[in-house]
Design a binder for this molecule. Structure first.
Ligand code: ADP
Ligand code: MG
Length: 387
């Protein structure tokens, strides 16, 4: 998806069906700045995820687009129309929530038909569109069931059909898979992504699950405290995090706190780190954080000699994880997490003295003013996540 192909009007706003432009939108709840003047452009047919920890403003952003919440500033355009003054049902969007919110006393077909009945759409037309929507989510056979006679995954399909039956150009999804168990969730991720591609509908998908966002999205907006910290495709978010927060929230990382040098960082634990990926604007001597991904670290049993980007320790743990192996290396002051191809496991044994090394191109150095958000020990915990 290239931004170059986007049609815009004389104000630089998109005009095509399925486009979304959010311009300087804010929302306050008393003293809380839930959404802090965000700008976001979503292209027609794009799968865009809003990803971030609990309370960062994802749901509020979505609710404003849907029309359930009024912004305190800024403007929003859906399919080229300013929507702030429009009630939810006049916007070219539909929303799918985590809790399905189906009517318990209605059958599947009645639930899906409900909105069209309210709009007094012709009976035959309703039957045709409900049939199509149920087909899309593979629920035709269960059309006569009631919600309580179905699994969570099936209920979520019905909720999806109920949104799709209105033919929206934009679908808003707020943690739609959050209530499902892991395996079903992964199956639904694949199905949902295929459905989105087939229908060509724009998806704005809220999740606090970084793996979900990485696997499904064309682009991800990583949110923190009401603003967008980084907006990019999944590879860029993973490989070129813009801040310590993004580096800590997406995937796993080994962190060092220390003082900036001209070429990297001198960690408080004595480790010297040379970095080819230093955030710009960092002055020598300032407090910084360095991080290196587990898969970027090499473990060897031979001393690599002096220099930067090396740590000596003892191999404390070896966990085979299918095609890869995870090592934990314990130094005097900390533990490092390393992931390597499975065959590497044969070369070292628990208890062995080992050295960890990495390339300057794999070491990132960031301003550490957000350090409280990222200092999660990667050997004991996964990246921070929301509710
Ligand atoms: N109706 C509300 N009244 C007061 N505060 C709210 C309300 N809705 C959300 N908030 C606050 O706004 C911030 C953002 O919330 P939300 O958008 O729900 O975050 P997320 O969906 O990312 O978890 C949080 O601090 C939350 O407590
Ligand atoms: Mg939420």
């Amino acid at each position: 998806m290239t931004m170059a192909s986007i049609e815009t009007n004389e104000f630089g706003l998109q005009t095509a069906n399925g486009s979304v432009d959010i311009v300087g939108v804010s929302k306050f709840f008393g003293d809380v700045v839930a959404v802090d003047s965000i700008d976001l452009r979503v292209a027609p047919g794009e799968f865009l995820s809003l990803l971030g920890p609990s309370g960062c403003g994802k749901t509020t952003t979505l609710r404003m687009l849907a029309g359930f919440e009024n912004p305190d500033g800024g403007s929003m355009y859906i399919s080229g129309r300013e929507v702030s003054a429009l009630p939810p049902y006049k916007r070219d969007v539909n929303t799918v929530f985590q809790n399905y919110s189906l009517f318990p006393h209605m059958t599947v077909a009645e639930n899906v038909a409900y909105g069209l009945r309210q709009k007094r759409v012709d009976k035959k037309e309703i039957a045709r569109r409900v049939g199509e929507a149920l087909e899309m989510v593979k629920m035709t056979k269960l059309a006569k069931r009631k919600p309580r006679q179905m699994s969570g995954g099936q209920q979520q399909r019905v909720a999806l059909a109920r949104a799709l039956v209105n033919n929206p150009s934009v679908l808003l999804l707020d943690e739609p898979l959050g209530a499902l168990d892991r395996k079903l969730r992964q199956e639904m991720q694949i199905e949902l992504k295929m459905l989105q591609r087939d229908l060509g509908i724009t998806f704005i998908f809220v999740t606090h699950d970084q793996e979900e966002a990485l696997s499904m999205s064309d682009r991800i907006a990583v949110m923190l405290e009401g603003h967008i910290e980084q907006l990019a495709d999944p590879d860029t978010i993973y490989e070129d995090p813009k801040s310590a927060f993004v580096a800590g929230f997406i995937g796993q990382n080994n962190f060092w706190q220390g003082t900036a040098t001209t070429r990297g960082l001198k960690a408080y634990d004595g480790t010297e780190i040379e970095s080819a990926k230093m955030q710009s604007g960092i002055g020598a001597g300032s407090a910084v954080l360095a991080c290196v991904r587990p898969e970027a670290i090499e473990v060897t049993s031979t001393d690599p000699g002096s220099g930067a980007n090396r740590v000596a320790g003892v191999l404390a743990g070896v966990s085979p994880l299918g095609d890869i192996v995870q090592f934990v290396v314990r130094t005097d002051s900390r533990e490092l997490l390393i992931r390597a191809p499975r065959r590497e496991a044969a070369r070292v044994l628990p208890g062995d003295p080992v050295w960890c090394t990495w390339a300057a191109s794999d070491a990132y150095v960031f301003d550490s003013s957000q350090s409280d958000l990222v200092l999660v020990d990667p050997t004991t915990e996964n990246a921070p996540s929301g509710d």
